[in-house]
Design a protein around this ligand. Structure first.
Ligand code: PEP
Ligand code: MN
Length: 348
């Protein structure tokens, strides 16, 4: 439930609404906006005596949020959320942000080379997994804490910000220590204890769509993060299971405008996992930006043929540079621009 205040309602009037919500036993989330101040009521169990709130001075109207998710919905907050990262890099505004790097951190040399290459191509954020959720227990599982340290070194060396995955609640704190964005992978989209921990980590979260998740389920998972007080959430379309084996997944480009209409949260696209084939990554990245994605996350490896994971979908550095050249043109055609990398590292 959303209580919309009259234009020009006073601080005292807003406070009275907040106090009343709390007296009724619910949580209040005041949201000052450009057009209006609204106060969200969290935890509505259907027994709220709304007449008490409606009668308060300064209240214009009460809106019932019709979606199963509340705080992530456009009904709750009409203005787009802009996730602000160190150094002034923002996701969800006019800029289109490129995140790129290898699937996994494999060695110091590999991650530094990859970071330098993607920075030269125009990425602002380095990706690379230190903790890898692999389908097979016999596949490379990542370098763990050592991988995080190598990522931090690459960040220091290049000025790129860092996104990397946490696969369990304990790992969230380690990742939060080094990364600018905590990634929750597709396989963990509905790992609710992980989501709750990430919601408290104090760092933005990149939440990837589950392998067979509906958009409603993706938004409900994001709701877990907001419910814990973390509003810096970036969603990611990364392809879903289909019946056709021509590609690894079906890259659902439609999810981008659908999410933008249902939610105020930014959404980026992962055409690498979305297609699983190097030659399909570039066209789908272009399509995603044209469809309004707030960014792309792309796997790039200095030597894809020797990659320990996802080599077949990893771009060669030159391909990434070409892609970014095209993405800049597409972004401009829709009145956006590609966000440049920082010139110097900033504190994590
Ligand atoms: C990844 O980003 O390397 C990854 C494992 O992605 P996803 O969770 O989308 O499969
Ligand atoms: Mn991967």
């Amino acid at each position: 439930m959303l209580i919309v205040m009259q234009h020009g309602a006073t601080q005292d009037e807003v406070k009275r609404v907040v106090d009343t919500i709390q007296e009724l036993g619910y949580q209040a989330r005041p949201m000052p906006g450009k057009q209006r101040t609204a106060v969200g009521l969290v935890g509505n169990d259907g027994r709220v005596d709304e007449s008490r709130i409606a009668a308060l001075p300064g209240v214009r109207e009460i809106i019932h949020v019709s979606q199963p998710y509340k705080q992530v919905s456009r009904e709750w907050k009409s203005e787009a959320t802009v996730v602000r990262l160190p150094g002034g890099i923002a996701i969800g505004g006019e800029g289109v942000v490129a995140m790129a790097g290898p699937c996994s951190v494999e060695s110091e040399r590999q991650i530094i080379e990859a970071a330098q290459a993607v920075r030269a191509g125009g990425a602002a954020i380095l990706r690379g997994g230190a903790f890898k959720p692999r389908s097979s227990p016999y596949s490379f599982q990542g370098l763990g804490l050592q991988g995080l340290k190598l990522l931090a070194r690459a960040r220091e060396e290049t000025g790129l910000l860092l996104v990397t995955e946490a696969i369990d609640p304990e790992g969230v704190d380690h990742v939060a220590e080094h990364a600018d964005i905590i990634q929750i992978g597709a396989r963990n989209m509905q790992n609710f204890s992980l989501l709750k921990r990430a919601g408290k980590a104090g760092k933005p979260v990149l939440l990837k769509r589950g392998l067979a998740a509906t958009i409603t389920e993706l938004l409900l998972s994001a709701e877990y993060l907001l419910a814990e007080g973390n509003h810096d959430v970036i969603l990611c379309e990364r392809g879903i299971r289909g019946f056709d084996s021509s590609t690894r997944n079906v890259f659902d480009v439609t999810a981008i405008p659908v999410v933008h209409s249902l939610s105020h949260l930014p959404i980026i696209a992962d055409p690498s996992h979305g297609t699983g084939r190097r030659d399909k990554v570039i066209p789908m990245a272009r399509a995603a930006v044209a469809a309004g994605a707030d960014g792309i996350i792309v796997e790039v490896h200095p030597t894809p043929d020797r990659a320990l994971s996802d080599g077949a979908q990893s771009l060669y550095p030159e391909q990434f540079t070409d892609l970014m050249r095209q993405v800049r043109v597409i972004a401009e055609a829709i009145d956006r621009h590609v966000v440049e990398p920082l010139s110097a590292p900033v504190g994590a």
